[in-house]
Design a protein around this ligand. Structure first.
Ligand code: FES
Length: 334
């Protein structure tokens, strides 16, 4: 495989805080799944991160993709990410597999965390499906370092498609993890109702995986107390709203740093209009579920169409790949 080296001259324009890293090690973990150890090129420390955090990776070819950090937050010398080669993934995972090798250099963002571990939880239940184990792995390291009680259910199709199995097996032996293979047969799916029927006081649920499993966990945990269920999506939920919809009307955005005002027509998004005026903003999913385009707003009221922000966050932030404005003008902190 060809190494995709970048130089400092290739730093992503306008990406404050971008970090240049070198791929120190590439490991085949399971069928179609590869891990990448990213290090600071001169051997220095990388910025600290918290369990559940992810980074944006600027891929060869210009795509940006988010990957969870799977190593322990106590490690400061490397970030470990794992990438499943997606058949219909838009080329991001293929670029990682085919064009990034040991010695490649990449630009990444500072770690961000939309999936943090609760300080209040007394007990943790984790459910991961396939590559969805990645954010859960750093959480497992964190809750073990805190001495918290936990249980992991790890669902994959088969042993051959199970990444990080060697890391999980010690937990299986001590009764702290179950690895479940369904062999692609729904009838052999893990019994979520049995696992989630009775949450204990102080128990929190964290889950991540493919859409079908996410939707099933969502339904099986609907009776859990508010604020105790946490998840992160790699793909758009089934009820994702279109960024531009029939009946939308135009509105204005104000760029607070310059005072410039632009009109967002009914058939365009905020990021499209910003790009037309030379203001590049990091975007990835463009469907409101990845969090890359999160922007603070200073005035006006957004129409939120994302599936990332909770009600509290929505008082301060907006996903500008899909949001619109309730009033005539939205003032953005850019
Ligand atoms: S680009 Fe993913 S939420 Fe906006």
């Amino acid at each position: 495989m060809a190494a995709a080296a970048m130089t400092t001259a290739d730093a992503p324009a306008g990406r404050a805080g971008a970090i240049r890293v070198r791929v120190d090690r590439v490991t085949d973990l399971a069928e179609g799944i590869r891990a990448f150890d990213l290090v600071e090129p001169t051997g220095g420390e990388l910025p600290a991160f918290t369990a559940g955090a992810h980074i944006d990776v600027h891929l060869p070819g210009g795509l940006i993709r988010q990957y969870s950090l799977c190593n322990a937050p106590s490690e400061r010398n490397r970030y470990v990410i794992a990438v499943l080669r997606e058949r219909d993934g838009g080329g991001g995972s293929a670029a990682m597999h085919d064009e990034v090798d040991e010695g490649s250099e990449l630009w990444i963002s500072q770690p961000r965390n939309n999936f943090p571990v609760s300080d209040e939880a007394g007990r943790f239940t984790f459910i991961a499906g396939g590559i969805g184990i990645t954010p859960i792995l750093s959480m497992l390291a964190e809750v073990q370092s805190r001495g918290k009680d936990f249980m992991l259910y790890f669902c994959t199709r088969s042993p051959e498609r199970t990444p990080f199995l060697e890391d999980i097996l010690p937990l299986v032996r001590t009764g702290k993890a179950v690895v479940h293979h369904d062999h692609g047969d729904l009838a052999q799916a893990i019994d979520l109702d049995a696992i989630l029927c009775e949450p204990e006081p102080g128990e929190h649920l964290y889950y991540c995986g493919p859409t079908g499993l996410m939707d099933a966990i969502d339904a099986a945990s609907a009776h859990w107390p508010e604020g105790t269920v946490h998840f992160e999506r790699f793909t758009a939920p089934a009820d994702t709203e279109a960024a531009v919809q029939e009946g939308d009307s135009e509105f204005e955005i104000e760029v607070s740093s310059t005072g410039e005002v632009f009109t967002v027509p009914a058939d365009q998004t905020i990021v499209e209009v910003l790009a037309e005026h030379g203001i590049e903003v990091d975007v990835s999913c463009q469907e409101g579920y990845c969090g890359t385009c999160m922007t603070r707003y200073l005035g006006g009221k957004p129409v939120h169409r994302d599936s990332v922000l909770d009600e509290e966050d929505r008082q301060e932030f907006v996903m500008i790949c899909c949001a619109r404005s309730q009033g005539q003008r939205l003032v953005l902190d850019i």
